[in-house]
Design a binder for this molecule. Structure first.
Ligand code: KIV
Ligand code: ZN
Length: 518
């Protein structure tokens, strides 16, 4: 029996970007969208166009530049949102408007202050309006899993009649458990009039840690679209992680009746995961399923022995399947430019000659301090030197003194994009605090530092340090910056400057983006 297709709907750029701190610039969103297309997703939810000029612009640029994928824009159930989405999606070869309205008693009474019949009318009008502005229309009854089933049957039948072809069932607050979610999908399939004309879709949040399990229960019961994000990014505890859904379908085809399949090129998963982590600044926990650093690491002697005798004793997937090379190649100073370039290509980086040269120079600098350079180090170098957010400020010089009985002092020289040099010195509670105070004085920017952390990228005493600085601007929006160096104070200072650059770039994108004129 041939397998049925499950549509992979990626919402990293919309729901994923709603994670506090995951603010992406327009160019970063485009870079992720290109990688999603390479990965083979069927639909990219590129943004919520009415919500800000930058969201509008990002959706429009994805619609212009990304081919072979349906581009989707989110809209509440009102004409203004839908027209904005339609306008942003105009250049797309295949466009979809995703319109939603809440259907649970608690949301209708307290948030919308509307009666169910008013909500139903708004949903139908929204879907009809959306049909005039996009090739296809998806409808979501927000907070579906806390809605009354009878009301869901009624509203979903009405929106199918109005023209919706995908019905997405969000577990908006991550409340239900896998058996319940599967039952909801099964009941909708059995009871919604006209359901054979539409595709049921899952959209599960991870508040109870079961977003992937719920989505798979949905597929098992007849859903044929899954909404998910790379690395499980998303509101609060996040969404279902795409890599988990795809690899579960791939590895356990036998579990689904009939068997299901996706269009995803699994070999691009690791690359997509790294890219999203690097651009959002969200570090992947080592034990994260599929893409965590330990996902394919075997420590126990019994397991290692088993693997050596027969790999499948302890491995249900191979690292190669997600695009990780099986062998952990280690480079060093003597690997040469050719070796370095070759490794970058194997890791999936497509860099210009100039970018390769910049990365190679940094590689040599690090190879002088650190004998062995691992894939993770190469990724960090490329992120740090090549895939930088716009350099409004660049850290050119840093000198920090600290020690027992010494007042920690930091001095910095910062170059601006206009080639101006700003210098400052300051004291602090410790070396990082002193460096940060000097950066604040030199840049004239003083965002609140919410969180700071440092970790070793690889093991060993020569490991490079990666610092993460999370800041908040005056409007309360969070930005995360990362910095890498063999010197942890330098990594920390770079992370802070990176966070400031992200804040300024996103703020400028918002101001500069085309005004949404409706
Ligand atoms: O979680 C949710 O309910 C959503 C909707 C907009 C689909 O993200
Ligand atoms: Zn959501």
């Amino acid at each position: 029996m041939s397998a049925e297709h499950v549509t992979i709907f990626d919402t990293t750029l919309r729901d994923g970007e709603q994670s506090p701190g995951a603010a992406l610039s327009i160019s970063e969103k485009l870079e992720i969208a290109h990688q999603l297309a390479k990965l083979g997703v069927d639909v990219i939810e590129a943004g919520f166009p009415v919500s800000s000029p930058a969201q509008f612009e990002a959706t429009k640029l994805c619609a212009e530049q990304i081919s072979g994928v349906t581009i989707c824009g989110l809209a509440r159930a009102n004409a203004k949102d839908i027209e904005a989405a339609g306008k942003a999606l105009t250049p797309a070869k295949k466009s979809r408007i995703h319109t939603f309205i809440a259907t649970s008693p608690i949301h209708m009474e307290y948030k919308l202050r509307k009666k169910p019949d008013e909500v139903l009318k708004m949903a139908v009008e929204a879907v009809k309006c959306a049909c005039e502005h996009a090739d296809e229309v998806e409808f979501s009854p927000e907070d579906a899993c806390r809605s009354e089933m009878e009301f869901l049957y009624e509203i979903l039948a009405a929106v199918i009649e109005a023209g919706a072809t995908t019905l997405n069932i969000p577990d908006t607050v991550g409340y239900v458990l896998p058996y319940e979610y599967g039952q909801i999908i099964a009941k909708l399939k059995a009871n919604v009039k006209g359901i054979e004309k539409a595709v049921l879709s899952t959209h599960c949040h991870n508040d109870l840690g079961v977003a992937t399990a719920n989505s798979l229960a949905g597929v098992r019961n007849g859903a044929r679209q899954v909404e998910c994000t790379i690395n499980g990014l998303g509101e609060r505890a996040g969404n279902a992680a795409m890599e988990e859904i795809v690899m579960a379908i791939h590895t356990r085809e036998d579990f689904f009746e009939p068997n299901v399949t996706s269009n995803i090129n699994t070999k691009e998963i690791y690359r997509a995961s790294q890219l999203v982590s690097q651009l959002t600044g969200f570090v992947i926990q080592p034990n994260k399923a599929i893409v965590g650093a330990n996902a394919f690491a075997h420590e126990s002697g019994i397991h290692v022995d088993g693997i050596l005798k027969h790999r499948e004793t302890y491995e249900i997937m191979t690292p190669e399947m997600i695009g990780l090379s099986g062998s952990r190649m280690v480079l060093g100073r003597h690997s040469g430019r050719h070796g370095f370039v070759d490794r970058c290509k194997q890791l999936g980086y497509q860099l210009t000659e100039e970018e390769l040269q910049t990365a190679y120079e940094k590689f040599l600098e690090i190879a002088d301090k650190k004998k062995e350079i691992f894939d993770e180090d190469i990724a960090a170098i490329i992120n740090d030197e090549v895939r930088m957010v716009e350099q409004v400020y660049r850290l050119e010089y840093l000198n920090v003194t600290s020690g027992t009985g010494t007042l920690p002092t930091g001095a910095v020289k910062i170059r601006t994009a206009d080639d101006e040099v700003h210098q400052a010195a300051a004291c602090g509670d410790g070396p990082v605090d002193a460096a940060y105070e000097a950066i604040r004085l030199a840049t004239g920017q003083s965002p609140k530092l919410d969180h700071y952390s440092i970790r070793a990228i690889t093991g060993g005493k020569e490991a490079m340090g990666e610092a993460t600085a999370q800041i908040k601007n005056e409007a309360g929006r969070t930005f995360i910056g990362r910095g890498v160096s063999t010197d942890i104070i330098e990594a920390s200072a770079k992370a802070y400057v990176d966070a400031i650059n992200r804040m300024l770039t996103v703020q400028t994108d918002d101001k500069a983006a085309t005004k949404v004129d409706l």
